[in-house]
Ligand binder design. Structure first.
Ligand SMILES: Nc1ncnc2c1ncn2[C@@H]1O[C@H](COP(=O)(O)OS(=O)(=O)O)[C@@H](OP(=O)(O)O)[C@H]1O
Length: 313
């Protein structure tokens, strides 16, 4: 894997190997009331995270698991790469190269944050954490946060397949078992509805921009343009096209052995909208519709998800 993200793939491979020898009930641990996979996260790392010195030019990508983090992360890294090439005359740093640190803030070792403090700007940081569990310096520094959200039915569908493919996550014998766990707050990184309602409190902040998976899928050029503008990048039309092309599902899947190692085969599954229709029973649809209405339907983020369009048969 020359000139590829070997370290990224190694961290995932090690977690997969470690998880293979663990019992199901050892796979997750609880920290401040939220479950996390023990092979990726630890209380020590959560405590060390407070030492991160966030910067106003950091690029934070926040999203609940399975919302399209790797996709939008690729877009952000490419935008930074293009910008650096133009302004610093650097060799292209488009993101197939080795990453200095694992891109998810909460995954790594306790020394990670001190090392991150020494990295040059602009840093692209992914996270699945709730806002209250992020280092306080992120909000103090006014670092810009791109909040990525996806409709709950496709998130659940994606999470189900991912849980069964990834040994570090508890697997489920049936979709029905998974659905119950998803709806009863048993997921790693917490409950989808809680995630959306907690982030909803930040949805009007000037340093927070929200984008949905579905809008990016429907209008990728416009989506990438808006993301670029929010972070102060001004790519040319041609550069925009390159970013859009490199971040298409087909391109990312094709390139995934280089960027993600064997994990790529598990991650880049379908990359579409509405696969939930192949999984949800009528009763499950009703339960999800009711929970959506009850918890987030009337919030700003809830409305942005266009539930009627993407989650009704
Ligand atoms: N380029 C591109 N275009 C469209 N969709 C994409 C793309 N890349 C990844 N994906 C899909 O995003 C889902 C994975 O989400 P995450 O990257 O957030 O997963 S993770 O929680 O960080 O592991 C997962 O969704 P499903 O295919 O529905 O399972 C991926 O296939």
């Amino acid at each position: 894997m020359e000139k590829s993200r070997k370290k990224f793939a190694d961290i995932i491979d090690q977690a997969m190997v470690a998880a293979n020898t663990m019992d199901r009930d050892e796979l997750l641990f609880s920290y401040k009331g939220i479950l996390y996979p023990a092979t990726f996260c630890s209380p020590e790392v959560f405590r060390a995270m407070e030492s991160l010195e966030a910067r106003s030019d950091d690029i934070i990508l926040a999203g609940y698991p399975k919302s399209g983090t790797n996709w939008v992360g690729q877009i952000l890294n490419d935008l930074v790469g293009i910008f650096e090439k133009k302004t610093q005359n650097k060799e292209s740093s488009m993101n197939d190269e080795e990453l200095e640190e694992f891109p998810y803030l909460e995954i790594g070792d306790t020394g990670k944050f001190e090392r991150m403090n020494k990295l040059p700007s602009r840093r692209v940081i992914f996270t699945h954490l709730l806002p209250e569990n992020l280092p306080r310096s992120i909000f103090k520094s006014k670092a810009k946060i791109l909040l990525l959200i996806r409709n709950p039915k496709d998130v659940a569908t994606s999470f189900y397949h991912f849980s069964n493919a990834m040994s570090p996550l508890p697997s489920y014998e049936t979709w029905d078992d998974f659905f119950v766990a998803f709806m009863t707050k048993k997921m790693p990184w917490g409950c989808y509805f809680e995630y959306i309602s907690k982030w909803n409190k930040y949805a009007d902040d000037e340093n927070v921009m929200t984008i949905t998976y579905e809008e990016l899928k429907e209008h990728p050029v416009l989506g990438v343009k808006n993301i670029a503008a929010f972070f102060g990048f001004s790519p040319t039309e041609k550069e925009l096209q390159i970013v859009v092309e490199r971040s298409s599902f087909q391109s990312m899947k094709k390139n995934s052995q280089k960027t993600h190692g064997a994990f790529g085969n598990l991650l880049f599954r379908k990359g579409g909208v509405s696969d939930w229709k192949n999984h949800f029973s009528e009763d499950q649809n009703e339960k999800m519709d009711k929970a959506f209405e009850e918890h987030i339907g009337r919030t700003k983020l809830g409305r942005k998800l266009k539930y009627e369009v993407y989650c009704k048969a």
